[in-house]
Structure formats: structure tokens, C-alpha cells
Design a protein around this ligand. Structure first.
Ligand SMILES: [Zn+2]
Length: 216
């Protein structure tokens, strides 16, 4: 069976190959992360086209309800709180849902790229719904979040947790070819430890965490 040089999250050597929907992924036995190798990624234009096909049209009420369902679990915040929708897609759904109650920053590396350096240390909540499974380098994303969050700011993340290896072959979530990284409770426990987060609630497909209390 093929192996990859090292895990893209925890750097452990030789993650083992596992197939799903005809694509080759690698599974880390240490942190339980499953990923497709970055060398096989789609081109920028192919990715962009695929995302435009995703069902996140604001006219689609189901999409807004879906975002709201995740958001309601964050709970009420003081008005004027800064919320960052990380990977907002083409429609900036959360911004439409929450403004003007909160100050919502919409960021997307493909549709709304912007330099967020001015916001470092100011963000109260990072909201990341159905996005992290698209990231080829999730550690860069988590580094970025730690720069953006104010001390003790919140992280809200939604992504489907992967099943056992013998169920991967036909797992529906991996059939989307832009889904290239899959996590589990074990992976998030590793991430929390490494990035200094406190996990408040983890239940598939949600992760609620508090970011580092001291920002270096
Ligand atoms: Zn790992």
C-alpha cells in the first residue's frame, strides 16, 4: 500500500493510503487526519467552477437556515462583536444574516480574498462552515486564526467527521472532489493541544472551541 512522506497536521511519518470514490487519500495513525496529497489538487479555475456549483445561493432559504442553525449554537454575543466568516463562498451568507447586529468580516481565498492583517487580535468569533475539508494546508489556516482571534475568542467549525477506514471507500462526503481533508474527534483533540485551543463542545459535525487565552 502507498504511503505519504508525513502527515499534514501532526508531521508523523508514513500515513497509509486509503481509497475513496477512486481517489487516493492518506490516513495518519497518530492524529487520525485523512488527506489527499496537495500534488494532486485541482487547478484554481477548476476549484472556482466547482464552488460556484455548490448550493449556497442566498435565494435558497434552506441555505440561510442551515447557516443559522450553526450560528444559533454560538449563542448571543454583545452587539458590535467582530465575527469572521472564514471561507464565506461567493454569497457572503453570514454577513447578510448577522449585519448590522455584529460586524461581520467575510473572507474567502477564492471569491473575497483580502489582507486581514488590520484585524489581527480583534476577532471575537471565527465561523468556518463546510470549509476546512477543502483546505490543502489546514495548519496554515489554524495559524491564521490564532493571529486573528482576540485572546479567548471563539472558534465555530462545521465539517463532517470521517468514519472508520473500512467505511471510507463509499463515504458520501468524500465523493465531492473538492473535499480533500477529513477530521475526527481525535484529530481535533490533537489540533486543540497544538494550537492552544480549549474544546468546549465536539459533536459531529460541529466543533466549538475557545482560542488561546494569551496571544504571543
Ligand atoms: Zn497526523
Amino acid at each position: 500500500m502507498r504511503t505519504y512522506s508525513s502527515c499534514l497536521i501532526c508531521k508523523s511519518p508514513s500515513p497509509q493510503g486509503v481509497e475513496s470514490h477512486g481517489r487516493l487519500f492518506f490516513h495518519c495513525g497518530h492524529c487520525d487526519y485523512i488527506f489527499q496529497s496537495p500534488e494532486t489538487r485541482l487547478s484554481f479555475e477548476q476549484e472556482r467552477r466547482r464552488y460556484l456549483e455548490h448550493n449556497n445561493d442566498l435565494r435558497d432559504l434552506r441555505y440561510l437556515k442551515y447557516l443559522e442553525k450553526t450560528w444559533l449554537q454560538v449563542g448571543p454575543l454583545p452587539s458590535g462583536s467582530v465575527v469572521l466568516d472564514y471561507g464565506c463562498g461567493p454569497t457572503k451568507g453570514l454577513e447578510k444574516l448577522l449585519q448590522p447586529r455584529y460586524r461581520v468580516l467575510s473572507y474567502d481565498p477564492i471569491f473575497w480574498p483580502q489582507d486581514l492583517q488590520m484585524e489581527f487580535g480583534k476577532v471575537d468569533v471565527i465561523f468556518c462552515s463546510e470549509v476546512i475539508e477543502h483546505a490543502f494546508f489546514p495548519t496554515r489556516v489554524f495559524d491564521h486564526w490564532n493571529q486573528l482571534l482576540r485572546p479567548g475568542g471563539l472558534i465555530t467549525l462545521r465539517t463532517c467527521f470521517h468514519p472508520e477506514m473500512d467505511k471510507m471507500r463509499d463515504w458520501w462526503y468524500a465523493s465531492d472532489e473538492t473535499h480533500i481533508g477529513f477530521f475526527s474527534q481525535c484529530t481535533f483533540e490533537f489540533i486543540a493541544k497544538k494550537w492552544g485551543w480549549q474544546l468546549n463542545k465536539v459533536h459531529n459535525p460541529y466543533v466549538f472551541a475557545t482560542g488561546p487565552l494569551i496571544v504571543h
